[in-house]
Design a protein around this ligand. Structure first.
Ligand SMILES: Cc1cc2nc3c(=O)[nH]c(=O)nc-3n(C[C@H](O)[C@H](O)[C@H](O)COP(=O)(O)OP(=O)(O)OC[C@H]3O[C@@H](n4cnc5c(N)ncnc54)[C@H](O)[C@@H]3O)c2cc1C
Length: 391
């Protein structure tokens, strides 16, 4: 039976993450205002919290399913306005690609590193098959040439999974993904992006000029099958999205939860609270808005738990991953907006962190496939149409 109830030990994990977020709030405004600086690897307050691994070790099979807990943790972390007290390796989008498409040997070699994922180019965003970065075979190596933009964790990461085409005439079938380590000659960081939101997360632009990468760095292995050889790698990495899209949805829902909790607590301090026993026609508009916000968050959370749970079972979740990403992308925009409507001027003041949720939440409806693209995938899946038939 599917059960998304959080067990006692898992609630303790989430409570500790919340407390850590509270402790990190004192640093937030500084890193928001000084976007060029990377977060410290560890802040002094981290010492006040026991490693979470101790609580994870006490979990049993009867606790919350792994995928559900993972989504709850992502939501809680995003709902915290405080910066993380400690940076954990191995949590980049490239790590998810490695887990989904890497060979066992590649996983052994690289999973402990922080890995970014670099698909997007100046002329290829939603339409990923339009990428222009080339990979030309030379003996036992490939030589990469091209430009990439918007790489999350691009500065901090130790390596990056790069999409490049071995043959443009093959379209998506020509695309392979390559693990490229920092320091490889020909691989340069061009700049660190300045952004409206998620300013404490580093985003980079890269260039590859005659960058030589061994064949063994082709994610999932480099089979020689002529036409279509790249399609296995492309599909393998596309599978990543079925795991990461619920995760990005959870991040957006977390931003919505943070904004909701801020508004709820600020209104409670002024004596406005939701009384669930009160008949609907007696509620104020503010009380009804809080109820609506919470209901939207709950609906988005449930579809996200389901998408993650299906992935955890090894079941197909193409439709559910896109539904969760689409719903998560909706609430991360609408809930902070409604929180601001409830609170007025204080909501845009630099004295509070509510405005950060509105800025930070916006990205969840853009990266890992925009909301529009998710709705396109949902329509294709339901109608049984290919991307050529509905685009
Ligand atoms: C902060 C940040 C971090 C990022 N991190 C990464 C990363 O780590 N790795 C990576 O590879 N990329 C990353 N991206 C890139 C991100 O995935 C793209 O920005 C996104 O896919 C959209 O592509 P685009 O910006 O080129 O917009 P476009 O594709 O040009 O789209 C512009 C608008 O048109 C809409 N649109 C496009 N096609 C259609 C269609 N067929 N039907 C309806 N509407 C459509 C889109 O929804 C969007 O609203 C990041 C972006 C940002 C801003």
């Amino acid at each position: 039976m599917v059960d998304f109830t959080v067990s006692e030990i898992d609630q303790q994990i989430l409570d500790q993450i919340r407390a850590e977020g509270k402790a990190g709030e004192k640093y937030t405004r500084y890193y928001e205002d000084n976007e060029e600086e990377l977060l410290k690897d560890e802040f002094p307050e981290a010492k006040n919290f026991p490693p979470l691994i101790e609580k994870f070790a006490r979990r049993t099979e009867s606790d919350t399913s792994g995928a559900t807990l993972g989504m709850q943790i992502t939501m809680r972390r995003a709902a915290n306005a405080g910066v993380p007290l400690k940076q954990s390796p191995g949590q980049g989008l490239g790590n998810a690609a490695l887990a989904a498409a890497g060979t066992e040997e590649q996983k052994r070699k690289w999973s402990g590193l922080t890995l970014a994922m670099s698909i997007t180019e100046p002329g290829a965003g939603s339409d990923t098959k339009a990428i222009q970065t080339t990979a030309t075979r030379d003996g036992d190596d490939y030589i990469l040439n091209g430009d990439k933009i918007f790489v999350t964790t691009g500065i901090r990461c130790e390596g990056v999974v790069v999409w490049a085409t071995v043959d443009k005439s093959l379209g998506r079938a020509g695309i392979k993904s390559f693990m490229v380590m920092k320091g490889t000659p020909g691989f340069e960081i061009v700049r660190k992006e300045k952004k409206l939101g998620i300013r404490t997360s580093d985003t980079a632009a890269f260039s590859f000029r005659d960058c030589r990468v061994p064949r063994e760095n082709v994610l999932g292995g480099d089979e020689e099958k002529g036409k279509g050889a790249g399609s296995g790698a492309y599909k393998g990495v596309l599978k990543t999205f079925n795991m990461t899209r619920p995760g990005v949805a959870a991040g957006g829902i977390g931003q919505a939860i943070g904004a909701f909790e801020f508004a709820r607590d600020a209104l409670a301090a002024e004596g406005v609270e939701v009384d669930w026993d009160m008949a609907g026609h007696n509620r104020t508009a503010a009380q009804q808005t809080l109820i609506d916000m919470e209901a939207d968050i709950e609906a988005a959370s449930l579809v996200t738990f389901r998408a993650a749970w299906l992935a955890d079972q090894g079941a197909s979740n193409n439709l559910e991953a896109s539904v969760s990403k689409s719903k998560g992308g909706d609430v991360c925009r609408t809930v902070p907006q409604r929180a601001m409507e409830l609170l007025g001027g204080m909501s845009i003041s630099h004295d509070h962190l509510l405005e950060k949720y509105l800025r930070d939440g916006r990205i969840s409806d853009i990266y890992e496939g925009t909301g529009q693209i998710q709705r396109l995938i949902i329509a294709r899946t339901i109608l049984g149409l290919s991307s050529a038939e509905l685009s």
